[in-house]
Design a protein around this ligand. Structure first.
Ligand code: PLP
Length: 422
């Protein structure tokens, strides 16, 4: 099946007489014939047992997203943050380290540099554009993963995924890619060597600003039996001696994440949230096309404006990341544009407050056009140094182009830019 078809049909196939639409299974628990059967589930989880870590509605969406990404398994989480957290905790214990590119979402920077540090896990930040040798030199003997973002929020830097995959694999660790902005419709990181893919589904996948969520997808490609991951190859005493690589083979990573992390932390989405996410996924292909088309028109308009100092939109010819975008995101680079208005932070805020159609909100990849000032919002906690590393200029505006009529979007931007001239 092609992506458009997968978005509608993967994950749920109704049997004879069953509902056409994937039903919402709103139940905490599940019933079994015998005590023995339930006992067996605690040894080997072969059925839904408790909705803290699995549920049929959520499972259907997990299958759909795994299918879209070209993975063999997925686990939904109650937020993108939980997905990023679990993707690392599944590999790193206190005393371990991992490498991350610095051009990543501000919330992830916080999580990696502050909260994981408190847990004894060190994040070594590297410049995503650095050469392989430099990134290689950042590795330590205790490094257990490499993390990066396909299309960085909000710098809109395109990641050279193949380069990062090579460095990771040469050092026998997996590459984790946050593919939120691209969605599997614009880029499939697994095809370029990523081992694990994470998403904030709160963005384009949901698309309608309805519910916060995340997902982790496992490619099944990484060989965990290389001496660095004893938790995958030795018996798990908290699970009656399960050996993940032996008992679950290629699914070791995603099963371990569910059975250890989701069981213990319980950041699982509600069935109703998964149902809403599925509605978003069904129309994702057609929406992504239109986002890309609208954003390209806006990017061209902004580039031609005298009031604008710089536009970052990797799909736009001449952009710093144009060549990488052609390779990794040939069908478009999403609806997100970042740009710097002449006049710095003050002008940026005046412009944003002057918009009538586009709303000021803490969101991106919404169906409605919205703007945000990263330096005073999502990236507020970052030091000036971190801001620069994350590619965030104090005067930068993140514009998330929605699906309104393109003339209305551009007219709104135009009238607000004109007010700046007064
Ligand atoms: C929003 C976002 C996150 C965090 O996701 P939540 O669903 O808000 O927890 C992570 N990564 C990227 C790239 C994001 O845009």
């Amino acid at each position: 099946m092609k992506d458009e078809t997968k978005c509608l049909h993967s994950g749920y196939t109704p049997e004879n007489g069953a509902p056409r639409v994937m039903p919402i299974v709103q139940s905490t628990t599940y019933v079994f014939d015998s005590t023995e059967h339930i006992g067996q589930l605690f040894d080997m989880p072969t059925a839904h047992m408790y909705s803290r870590f699995s549920n049929p509605t959520v499972e259907a969406v997990e299958k759909k997203i795994a299918d879209l990404e070209g993975g063999i398994g997925a686990m939904c989480t109650s937020s993108g943050q939980a997905a990023s957290l679990f993707s690392i905790l599944n590999l790193c214990n206190s005393g371990d380290s991992f490498i991350s590119t610095s051009t990543i979402y501000g919330g992830t920077v916080n999580l990696f540099s502050t909260t994981l540090k408190k847990l004894g896990i060190e994040c070594i930040f590297v410049d995503a554009d650095a050469d392989e040798e430099t990134i290689k030199n950042a590795f330590k003997p205790n490094t257990r993963a490499v993390f990066g973002e396909t299309l960085a929020n909000p710098a809109l830097a395109v990641l050279d995924i193949e380069k990062l995959a090579r460095v990771a694999h040469n050092n026998n660790v997996p590459l984790i890619i946050d593919n939120t902005f691209a969605t599997p419709l614009l880029c499939k990181p697994i095809n370029f060597g990523a081992d694990i893919v994470v998403h904030s589904t709160s963005k384009y996948m949901d698309g309608h600003a309805l519910q916060v969520g995340g997902v982790i997808v496992d490619s099944g490609n990484f060989n965990w039996d290389n001496g660095k991951y004893p938790e995958f190859t030795m018996p798990d005493e908290s699970y009656h001696g399960v050996v993940y690589t032996k008992d679950f083979g290629k699914l070791a990573y995603i099963v371990k994440a569910r059975m250890q992390l989701m069981r213990d932390f319980g950041a699982y989405p509600a069935a109703h949230s998964a149902f809403l996410l599925n509605l978003g996924l069904e129309t994702l292909p057609i929406r992504m096309k239109q986002y890309c088309q609208n954003a390209m028109a806006v990017a061209i308009f902004l580039r031609n404006s005298d009031m604008v100092e710089r536009v970052s939109y990797p799909g736009l010819e001449g952009d710093k990341y144009y060549d990488l975008a052609r390779k990794y995101l040939p069908d478009g680079t999403s609806g997100v544009i970042s740009f710097i208005i002449k006049g710095g932070k003050k002008a940026a805020i005046k412009f944003m407050d002057g918009l009538k159609l586009a709303s000021n909100e803490v969101h991106v990849a919404d169906i409605r056009t919205c703007v945000l000032h990263p330096a005073s919002a999502t990236h507020r906690q970052l030091t000036d140094e971190q801001l620069i590393a994350a590619g965030v200029n104090p005067g930068m505006i993140r514009l998330s182009v929605g699906l309104e009529n393109i003339e209305d979007i551009i007219n709104d931007i135009k009238q607000s830019l004109e007010k700046l001239e007064d």
